[in-house]
Ligand binder design. Structure first.
Ligand SMILES: [Zn+2]
Length: 443
């Protein structure tokens, strides 16, 4: 009975993989002034097109990681879940017709649902037998105000719809798709001396005079963009941030052996590591500094900001081999900003918030950090096992990130070492040296 059923499931799978999982019919797609191609994965009448040229033609900000695609127009953000095109036609139909529909990954390309995005952004969409069109309505500049706030000049631009500003160079911005009369405005701001507008082929061009040497920042509000000019932006970048995450805590004991708890071992080692690094002048934060419960999401928020992220654990599986283990993750699931700019900020839930200001550490840098940890453990006579694992925290840490299991709680030697305070200090020295070597003395 069981055998028969599994056989029929198997046959069904074979038929699905042999037959064309989806057929694609291409159609010209006119976006703004550019011609792209629209395809119909699965032929369900839902048109898709390649993400990057589409975002470019519409002047959209574009981010992508393994799980989602985010498109930005001014303060508007569209988030689409991302999935590979499945073999099953039924499942593909579910993904394509959901609200919001999924973005689809197809042999290295990312495909976006055209109609959904056009509607969500307030762009016009029209489809006929021969072609599809996405028409960007012209935006109007309704006003420019300049104020001085907290020692900075704030240039506020109001529009009749959400607009993206593209920074062309120092004091030079493109107001994409915006129609504006040519004009000049004399100012007596702190840094700005005048503002000049000029119509251009892609929108109005804005020139700010007097901003030389001062980086600008833009923040988006509904139908409004503000350009900040002044000393805040000119501050040197913050020193690297080291985040150390002692696993578990509070009611979550982690691995236990008698009255020895993982949460206590890793807290002692983490605090000592942080102390060593802080004494040497590094910027360090702990995800918890005492015995308390911290959710994985709170930990992930800090991990996302870290240049170096270390999560400390103890192996609690009776079959775990002895000695330390190091896990890293550099796979496709790791959050990686595809396109971003230091001068961008997007509205997120009420306030404005800078996003993705840091770039992900290259896989080779993560590997270098893990090798450094391995070498430092070797110096105190411990040989390390290494592994790649798409752990939640590692996926969300764009810096050099590693999860270290100091040893196995079921191994007598490891347990004796991990519960001895002189040995705990030795672990802390190992970790601190590896972090310091990785950062190369940059504080
Ligand atoms: Zn643990």
């Amino acid at each position: 009975m069981v055998l028969k059923r599994s056989l029929s499931v198997w046959l069904c799978l074979v038929i699905l993989t042999l037959g064309p999982a989806f057929a694609q019919e291409a159609k010209p797609l006119l976006v703004g002034g550019e011609t792209l191609e629209a395809v119909y994965p699965g032929n369900f009448g839902v048109s898709y097109t390649e993400a990057k040229p589409f975002a470019q033609a519409l002047g959209l900000a574009y981010w992508q990681d393994d799980a989602r695609v985010i498109l930005g127009l001014g303060s508007l953000q569209i988030r689409l879940p991302l999935a590979s095109i499945p073999k099953s036609r039924t499942y593909l139909k579910t993904l394509v017709t959901k609200n919001p529909p999924h973005a689809l990954r197809d042999r290295g390309k990312i495909l976006l649902p055209v109609r959904y995005i056009a509607k969500a952004l307030g762009f016009a969409y029209s489809g006929s037998d021969s072609s599809l069109k996405v028409i960007i309505p012209e935006a109007n500049l309704r006003g420019i105000d300049v104020t001085v706030t907290n020692g900075r000049d704030v240039l506020s631009l109001k529009f009749n719809r959400n607009v993206n500003l593209v920074r062309m160079g120092q004091g030079h911005w493109l107001l994409l798709g915006v129609r504006a009369e040519e004009g000049m405005r004399y100012l007596s701001g702190l840094y700005l001396t005048d503002v000049r507008l000029q119509p251009g082929p892609y929108g109005a061009e804005l020139y700010l005079d007097g901003v030389e040497g001062w980086p600008e920042e833009v923040a988006y509000y509904p139908q409004e963009a503000r350009i900040f000019v002044g000393q805040k932006a000119s501050k040197p970048p913050e020193p690297p941030l080291i985040v150390i995450d002692p696993g578990h805590g509070g009611s979550d004991l982690g691995a236990t052996y008698g009255n020895l708890y993982e949460k206590d071992i890793v807290l002692k080692v983490a605090r000592e590591t942080a102390d060593i690094l802080a004494r040497r002048g590094y910027r360090v934060r702990l995800t918890r500094s005492r015995d308390e419960t911290r959710s994985i999401y709170e930990r992930a928020q800090l991990a996302a900001k870290a240049d170096v992220f270390l999560s400390l654990h103890v192996a609690g599986d009776p079959v775990s081999p002895p000695g330390p283990s190091i896990y890293t993750y550099t796979g496709a699931g790791r959050a990686t900003p595809v396109f971003t700019s230091k001068s961008r900020a997007l509205l997120a839930g009420g306030g404005y918030k800078k996003i993705l200001l840091r770039y992900a550490a290259a896989p080779s840098r993560v590997e270098a950090f893990a090798r450094g940890l391995e070498a430092e453990f070797g110096r105190i006579g411990l040989s390390v096992r290494r592994g790649q694992s798409p752990l939640y925290l590692l996926e969300r840490a764009p810096g050099a990130a590693a999860l270290v299991e100091l040893g196995s709680i079921y191994n007598n030697t490891d347990r004796a070492r991990m519960s001895n305070s002189a040995q705990q200090s030795a672990y802390a020295q190992v970790l601190a040296r590896a972090v310091e070597n990785y950062l190369g003395g940059v504080k």
